[in-house]
Ligand binder design. Structure first.
Ligand SMILES: *[C@@H]1O[C@H](CO)[C@@H](O)[C@H](O)[C@H]1NC(C)=O
Ligand SMILES: *[C@@H]1O[C@H](CO)[C@@H](O)[C@H](O)[C@H]1NC(C)=O
Length: 485
């Protein structure tokens, strides 16, 4: 695919003459502040992430410092019995990121023949019957308020493990609270956002809020309240045995800041169903016509998700109102609903507010775009919309958070990043417009192949399958096995 690499050379020839003896420290002096500014503090994984030739990786998977998705795992014949704790389980159409992850993953593992027991509650908080589909058993164990009753879940868990013991237990974030993990040593947790990253996002929200307005950021963005949460989290994270991160930068934080042993910290990236989200220009054209995008539009940008402040809509709103004045041919499609809907509608005929779209409409929406914009101010985890857009062959424009630059927009060939402020955002938009339709299409095709190599549901599933096998029996931790591709 020929991704461009940004490489910082660490080797330099020893100074041989007196002039270079003076020049070298001088050069270092000049370079040092530059390096400090250019390299974000926790994104130094960027280098190894690029340089490791993963298809030639040999060794113990637990020592892999990159996403397991990069590897190609062959078929397995051993069947596992797994227990899963998830705060909710999707019963309606629009699940959030975390429950989407759980349902995609464990439906797929059950389909591969593993016996999966999920302890959870229905996402709509209404009473539902338990689900039993093939090897998938979903036990709804709500308390009076509709959230997970862990005591009740453990009653069923214990009954099940009495019949035959579970090979491994998985929890989506703190669905299984840390004080319960003493009873379950074989537990792996997938973190969908940690407090270190939350503080990062609160910082940006604080910086963007108006310091003169009394009601600006609101109590939820108080940084001082966040710090004790971080300290608390660092203390209790060690109660979980194995940790799975959904971005490279989060794994760095867990090793360097939370001080967890790197052998217990793994990266498995989220995946989406690439058969549902695929490149299809005619669907896109149809969608443009249906929503009255004029044929002479020069660039069509799109944004999807809940239209709320912390998803960066104040930023996009400001940036686009400035862009549309200079570039009347640039259009914006807004998929989603929320408080910012009305403000977008006021921006004029170049903005189309489409409301919330179901998955079949969403595919058409992505295909209608020249570029997908994700202005989120939350540098947590991996936004599924970014991955869906890339699977549809669209380049992305998104803030330069470590979780994004280290894992998703790993190269200029894939998209554009900006600092989360209006000036930087507008500058990035100008670059997108300058590059134009044809260049965006090329980048979109690079996105498609990168997404196919990393972010498919099948890759995610086989990585988790191998992970659980490796945790049960260390012979599965070596890579490659003769069955691997
Ligand atoms: C949770 O389940 C336990 C065991 O079935 C039950 O005794 C308890 O009352 C439940 N708690 C709530 C808040 O519903
Ligand atoms: C696109 O076409 C419309 C209608 O013909 C016209 O009013 C508008 O100025 C054109 N826009 C651009 C950017 O050329």
């Amino acid at each position: 695919m020929g991704l461009k690499r940004i490489r910082v050379t660490t080797k330099h020839s020893p100074p041989s003459s007196s002039s270079s003896k003076i020049l070298l420290p001088l050069a270092l002096l000049l370079i040092t502040p530059l390096v400090l500014f250019v390299v974000p503090p926790i994104s130094h994984l960027r280098e190894p992430f690029f340089l490791i030739e993963d298809h030639r990786f040999h060794g113990d998977l637990r020592e892999a410092h990159f996403a397991w998705n990069k590897l190609c795992f062959g078929p397995t014949f051993e069947k596992l019995k797994l227990a899963v704790f998830s705060k909710t389980w999707p019963v309606d159409a629009t699940p959030g990121g975390m429950e989407h992850h759980a349902s995609t993953l464990f439906n797929a593992l059950a389909a591969k023949g593993h016996e999966v027991h999920v302890f959870t509650v229905p996402s709509d908080r209404h009473p539902h019957h338990d689900i039993q589909e093939g090897n998938l058993h979903v036990h709804f164990t709500p308390n009076n308020h509709g959230s997970l009753n862990c005591s009740l879940a453990f009653e069923i868990f214990n009954k099940e493990s009495f019949i035959s013991p579970f090979d491994y237990v998985h929890t989506e974030s703190v669905s299984l609270p840390h004080w319960r993990t003493k009873a379950v040593p074989n537990v792996a947790v997938t973190w969908h956002g940690v407090w270190y990253e939350i503080i990062h996002s609160k910082l940006f929200q604080e910086l963007l809020s108006d310091p003169n307005s009394a009601i600006t950021a609101g109590s939820d963005t108080d940084l001082r309240e966040a710090l004790p949460r971080l300290v608390d989290e660092i203390r209790f994270f060690a109660s979980y045995t194995q940790h799975i991160c959904i971005s490279n930068s989060a794994s760095e934080v867990l090793v360097n800041i939370y001080q967890l042993p790197s052998r217990n910290v793994h990266v498995i990236l989220n995946g989406v169903d690439h058969t549902k989200f695929d490149h299809n220009p005619s669907l896109g054209l149809q969608f443009r016509q249906q929503h009255g995008v004029p044929p002479n539009a020069t660039i069509v940008m799109g944004v999807a998700g809940r239209l709320v402040r912390d998803k960066g809509h104040p930023l996009l709103h400001k940036a686009f109102s400035s862009i549309t004045k200079r570039h009347p041919g640039v259009h914006l499609l807004v998929a989603g609903s929320g408080p910012w809907e009305k403000r977008y509608a006021e921006l004029g005929s170049n903005v189309k507010v489409l409301g919330a779209l179901d998955p079949s409409q969403l595919v058409k929406f992505y295909n209608a775009l020249d570029i997908f914009v994700n202005p989120t101010l939350r540098p947590q985890g991996l936004d599924l919309t970014l991955i869906e857009a890339m699977q549809c062959g669209k380049p992305v424009l998104t803030p330069n958070f470590p979780s994004i630059t280290g894992t998703v927009v790993v190269s200029e060939e894939i998209g554009y990043t900006f600092s989360p402020n209006v000036g930087s955002f507008v500058e990035a938009c100008e670059m997108v417009i300058r590059d134009g339709h044809k260049r965006l299409h090329e980048k979109g095709m690079a996105c498609k192949s990168y997404a196919m190599s990393m972010f498919t549901a099948t890759k995610m599933t086989s990585a988790y399958e191998r992970f659980f096998l490796c945790m049960k029996n260390s012979k599965y931790c070596s890579y490659p096995l003769h069955t691997d591709c």
